[in-house]
Design a protein around this ligand. Structure first.
Ligand SMILES: C[S@@+](CC[C@H](N)C(=O)[O-])C[C@H]1O[C@@H](n2cnc3c(N)ncnc32)[C@H](O)[C@@H]1O
Length: 284
């Protein structure tokens, strides 16, 4: 069946284009708090950052169907020697929005991962006590649920069409709370200056928590990784992105730039809505 993908260029603190209870799964990674390499100036304070998470959590709760899941890839942030407890704060914020905290998976990047500067290097220069800051190879994947899922609401046909391959589940060790996944290499052409997550992350989330033909939401689209995997897996998608300048990248990644041959035979639809400038409008 053909799928539909809708990109809204605007701020996800309001998801007014989406009716209540109409989305089946949310998968996202919010912007880093004050990451110096790509979001400089987006947040004036940690309090303001948490305010964005609060609005986005409330809106996610509203648009999700009862029983459905929100998957949040997020991590604590070290700035000038102070660690901001973003994972703990985001968990509390999602609970306060009405979600049940269902689980936490740790994503481990390969040893030698390099994106932010190597903190442990300080010890090489100063091999003395008190200089220790470890390199961070981990991120959290938080799983929240809105109420209880009614397994009987899915037809036998859709259930079978959405079956999880046990071979893949076992060999990829999806069953553990530790997922070892490669990160996107800095400087990859489509994800340049975007802190993109690996395709494997939304791939697993979509397979584990949604059925064919359902609607997947990513409120912080970035390069469009979640929407791309939704398309590949026969799901529909809705995404929000505040930066207008990312539109060509997202179109290309999803295969809607007119150049794609992989999906050429499908009748999938792509729609872009540009919000008006203003409080919840786009930037740049
Ligand atoms: C960490 S990136 C997401 C990367 C994405 N998972 C990928 O694989 O490419 C976060 C994105 O959220 C966007 N963003 C930040 N604040 C936003 C907001 N309030 N509403 C919508 N998008 C926002 C940023 O411009 C950035 O592209």
């Amino acid at each position: 069946m053909a799928t539909t993908h809708k990109l809204i260029i605007g701020n996800c603190m309001s998801m007014e284009e989406i009716p209540d209870g109409s989305v089946h799964l949310m998968v996202t990674s919010p912007p880093y708090f004050n990451a110096p390499f790509d979001y400089k100036g987006l947040f004036k304070s940690y309090g303001q950052y948490l305010g964005v998470l609060r609005n986005f959590a409330k809106e996610t709760f509203r648009v999700l169907q009862d029983g459905r899941i929100a998957v949040l890839n997020i991590d604590d942030m070290l700035i000038n020697g102070e660690k901001f407890p973003i994972v703990a704060d985001a968990t509390k914020i999602f609970q306060e929005a009405g979600f049940r905290y269902r689980d936490k998976i740790i994503w481990k990047k390969p040893d030698g991962y390099l994106r932010i500067s190597r903190r442990s290097g300080v010890m090489l220069q100063n091999p003395y006590p008190m200089y220790f800051y470890p390199d961070n190879l981990l991120e959290s994947i938080l799983i929240f649920q809105k109420g209880k899922f009614n397994y009987r609401s899915i037809s036998e046909e859709v259930r079978e069409a959405s079956k999880v391959e046990m071979k893949e589940f076992s060999s990829g060790k999806w069953y553990m709370t530790l997922w070892e996944m490669n990160n996107v290499m800095p400087g990859s052409p489509l994800e340049k200056d975007i802190a993109a997550f690996p395709e494997e992350l939304p791939y697993r989330a979509i397979k584990l928590f949604s059925y064919k033909d359902e609607i997947i939401l990513d409120p912080f689209v970035g390069s469009g990784t979640t929407m791309k995997k939704a398309r590949e897996l026969g799901r529909n998608s809705i995404g929000y992105e505040i930066k207008k300048s990312l539109v060509p990248i997202i179109k290309k990644k999803l295969g809607f730039d007119g150049q794609d041959t992989l999906f050429a035979s499908l009748n999938d639809k792509f729609e872009i809505v540009y919000r008006k400038e203003g409080r919840y409008g786009p930037i740049r």
